[in-house]
Design a protein around this ligand. Structure first.
Ligand code: ZN
Ligand code: ZN
Length: 411
């Protein structure tokens, strides 16, 4: 198996507070074989002189939608899934260009896309999939026009492909089981109103407690977990009591809900950049006024939610949740969070915290023997200047996923 010996770098180990000098790292095949503070001897290895750059784990984004290629997601009902897939390929390649070697898709991506990446047909990050996002009739997963009465076939257009409606305990059970049969890594449910859906108020509570309990019971029985879309403290509290493991968004969280999340070992996946980007540019891509009004309701809670979770001890993972044309802003979340968090805290959110959330500690988000060789070489010290990660891949001289260089611009 191919061996590569990295020398002359500063090591950013997210578990340490500072960069480490004088280390060497050996990659064998797709994994890190050895990391050492003394020289590694390997006669057969190709030597990579890193020129003093910073070596760190590849980034992890815990909230993306690779198939939602339009800011006005309603446009997706005009596309067949072939075109959806072609666009997703482009979006996923761009995520890897930005240094994201793993992404967690929270609605849309299916096992076909995940396998296409693993089999090398699509150049993109490792995918953790939810399959279709499950919600009640009239909720955030229901993107039908008011004049639509029937539901559409999920195979026929890109919008129906990513959403699933279920009402009542029996239907929720069936929907959850179906997504697990389709190989989902996490089950996504909608528990409050959302921004990019037409008719549900943001503070609406979605799904009854018996429905959520059923989703959690089925997911747990299968060895999976439930992630819930939720904005308000009340929706978060309901999710916590039902045994949901991760809260997506959570902008309007309060101290009591955060305390409950900490007690129940839950994670928050924040994604502030989505609201800033929508406020600035979504109108030009056809997002309507009612959705933008809902966006205004949550945007100012974003930074406060990070501070509340920090005080309560709730781990917060990196998310972006950007739709379509706004996905170019994926790394901007680093800069936005730096208004209230330290660079190290933000780096951890996109590496070690994310790996824990994905239940892949020791394999992802770390630079350890036995972990996947998902590595970045950064021009400078991100712990001193987080903007080095905020500018897309511009400050990344090399990006490696699974022992293969996706980008190699060392001189
Ligand atoms: Zn959501
Ligand atoms: Zn989302």
């Amino acid at each position: 198996m191919a061996l590569m010996l990295f020398k002359n770098f500063r090591l950013l180990d997210p578990e340490r507070d500072d960069l480490l000098d004088g280390h060497e790292l050996l990659v064998e095949g797709d994994v890190i074989r050895e990391v050492s503070s003394s020289p590694i001897t390997s006669a057969d290895a190709d030597v990579i002189d890193c020129g003093g750059k910073t070596l760190m784990p590849g980034l992890i984004d815990c909230h993306v939608h690779v198939v939602l290629s339009e800011v006005n997601i309603r446009n997706l009902e005009n596309y067949p899934i072939t075109l959806m897939t072609a666009r997703a390929m482009r979006q996923m390649g761009a995520m890897l260009d930005r240094g994201f070697t793993t992404v967690r898709d929270t609605g849309g991506a299916d096992w076909g896309l995940r396998s296409a990446v693993d089999e090398g047909y699509i150049t993109g990050p490792r995918l953790f999939i939810a399959g279709r996002a499950i919600g009640p009739t009239g909720g955030h997963s229901d993107s039908r026009r008011r004049t639509d009465s029937a539901t559409r076939c999920p195979c026929c257009d890109a919008l129906s492909f990513s959403m699933c409606l279920a009402d009542g305990v029996a239907e929720v059970r069936r929907a959850v089981r179906e997504e697990m049969r389709q190989g989902c890594d996490q089950v996504k449910i909608m528990m409050s109103g959302g921004v990019a859906s037409p008719y549900d108020p943001l503070d609406s509570l979605q799904f009854s407690m018996p429905e959520v309990n059923a989703a959690v019971a089925e997911a747990t029985a299968f060895g999976r977990y439930v992630c819930a879309h939720a904005y308000s403290a009340e929706a978060i509290t309901r999710a916590a009591h039902a045994g949901v493991r991760t809260i997506e968004h959570g902008n309007l969280i309060d101290e009591a809900a955060a305390k409950l999340m900490a007690e129940k070992d839950m994670f928050l996946v924040a994604n502030l950049v989505a609201y800033y980007a929508m406020k600035e540019r979504a109108a030009e891509y056809g997002m309507d006024g009612e959705m933008l009004e809902k966006n205004d309701l949550v945007i100012e809670g974003g930074l406060r939610s990070l501070e509340i979770c920090k005080r309560a001890g709730v781990p917060v993972a990196y998310g972006s949740d950007l739709l379509g044309q706004l996905q170019v802003d994926q790394n901007r979340e680093f800069a936005i969070r730096s208004q209230v968090l330290s660079p190290l805290e933000i780096v951890r959110s996109a590496t070690s915290v994310a790996a824990r959330l994905l239940r892949h500690e020791g394999k992802l988000g770390c630079v350890k023997e036995g972990a996947y060789a998902d590595l970045l070489l950064v021009d400078g010290d991100p712990l001193a200047n987080i903007d080095l990660l905020a500018g897309g891949g511009t400050h990344m001289a090399a990006i490696m996923k699974g022992g293969v260089f996706h980008k190699y611009a060392l001189n």
